[in-house]
Design a protein around this ligand. Structure first.
Ligand SMILES: Nc1nc2c(ncn2[C@@H]2O[C@H](COP(=O)(O)OP(=O)(O)OP(=O)(O)O)[C@@H](O)[C@H]2O)c(=O)[nH]1
Length: 401
């Protein structure tokens, strides 16, 4: 270790993916480190801590602190810091492993370690250094989902912010340094290759490791030095696609493909709202923003994660800003002005689609059918029924690129 801060590895992943199994494997492996463990559980029963306690010899080298009131990222952010602060006072260990609940959003957990937490007495950045974010995914349930067109995770719980498990799973995949593809024993090799191709597309930066019963080499997840907040945040495959303008992608591996759909004419709100829930099952991810006629004030965002799809107001067009403020953005971001339309400014649609063997041209046709026709361009758009929620979150649409 290059600093005297204690390195931290965070294990995330959906319920039942195998986080505890990985943890047990690492705790019993021969790595010469004294590891402290923070296990965060959902609900009343502390299954994890019981499990770990039963399966490992807690001969004094490992300590389990369980947090039982909810998930790390929200209610327990404060508590977790108290616990890791208390542990830090003792400093009798040289590595901290955090198992985060299946419904924890990874970004707030990482933020807590990487940047501390307002209002907390203890500043974790003095003592700890976030080393590796690991996401454990369940190869078997993904295979199942591919086969049947069902959700990528069978878990039912929503997290505190009301996000569905598939959205959280996609966040966990898109924000990590190492992806452990666990339960590989339950999936045939050709299916594993396809799952890997999908994961690589969703998260090109992470190291992908196949495991069976969590049998990962400890040095794949301990002391990798891979974590970097900015890089992790920029590493989602869809951001990559949007930035690099992969409008078409001929190099499909195992049928996994993606493309960017860009148009400067608005969608008819009812037509696009009807299409979104009817997108092909083979589409695993869709992100980006679109222009819905009649909502010239706000950019609509799309977030499709597996079978779940959400669309609603998510950003502000630069065109709605006062001139002086807009100029500041132009100055800060060269190239921004290039796509500026005389009449409509930056209002446009830019969506990225990632999926398995889906027909790009058919999807493009269906999207194009949602665009306003030549004659609809002359309609009074405000007279269209608007199926999207009225709430207007004022972030800039640009935040996505
Ligand atoms: N067949 C198979 N089963 C596994 C594998 N890894 C874990 N399991 C089993 O899957 C179940 C869930 O594993 P856990 O390690 O408890 O999963 P978890 O992610 O910690 O689950 P939560 O704590 O509920 O979020 C257990 O019964 C494990 O024995 C694997 O690679 N193959």
């Amino acid at each position: 270790m290059t600093t005297d801060r204690i390195p931290v590895t965070v294990l995330s992943g959906p319920l039942g993916a195998g986080k505890t199994t990985v943890l047990n494997h690492v705790l019993t492996a021969d790595h010469g480190l004294e590891v402290a463990v923070v296990v965060n559980d959902m609900g009343d029963v502390n299954v994890d801590a019981e499990h770990v306690a039963q399966q490992t010899d807690l001969g004094g080298d490992e300590e389990i602190i369980e947090l039982s009131n909810g998930c790390i990222c929200c209610r327990l952010r404060g508590d977790m810091l108290d616990e890791v602060g208390r542990l830090a006072d003792r400093r009798e260990f040289d590595y901290l492993l955090v198992e985060s609940s299946g419904i924890s959003e990874p970004i707030p957990v990482a933020q807590t370690f990487a940047m501390g937490f307002e209002d907390a007495d203890f500043d974790p950045t003095d003592t700890y250094e976030l080393d590796t974010m690991v996401t454990v995914v369940n190869a078997h349930s993904i295979w199942d989902a591919f086969d049947s067109g069902t959700a990528l995770t069978d878990q039912q719980l929503e997290d505190d912010s009301g996000r569905v498990p598939e959205e959280v799973l996609l966040d966990q995949i898109e924000f990590c340094d190492v992806l452990l593809l666990n339960k590989c024993d339950l999936v045939p090799d050709d299916a594993l290759e396809e799952i890997e191709a999908v994961l690589e597309r969703l998260q090109p930066r992470a190291k992908l490791v196949r495991t069976e019963f969590g049998d990962v080499e400890p040095d794949e997840i301990l002391g990798t030095g891979q974590f970097d907040f900015e890089r992790a945040q920029a590493s989602a495959g869809w951001k990559h696609e949007l930035q690099h303008d992969h409008h078409h992608d001929p190099q499909a591996e195992h049928g996994v493909t993606s493309f960017v759909y860009q148009r400067d004419r608005p969608f008819h709100p009812e037509r696009i709202a009807a299409l979104l829930p009817a997108l092909p099952d083979a589409l695993i991810r869709a992100k980006g923003f679109f222009w819905s006629a009649g909502r010239e004030d706000v950019a609509m965002g799309i977030d499709k994660a597996g079978t779940s799809v959400r669309a609603g107001p998510s950003g502000q067009w630069l065109a709605t800003l006062p001139e002086a403020q807009r100029e500041q953005y132009f100055a800060a971001r060269p190239g921004l002005e290039d796509d500026w339309d005389e009449e409509w400014g930056d209002r446009m649609t830019r969506l990225v689609f990632i999926g398995r063997e889906f027909d790009h041209d058919a999807l493009i046709d269906r999207l194009d059918d949602c665009l306003l026709t030549e004659s609809e361009m002359n309609d009074d758009w405000d007279s269209y029924p608007d199926p999207f929620e009225p709430e207007d979150r004022r972030e800039l649409a640009l935040a996505d690129d």
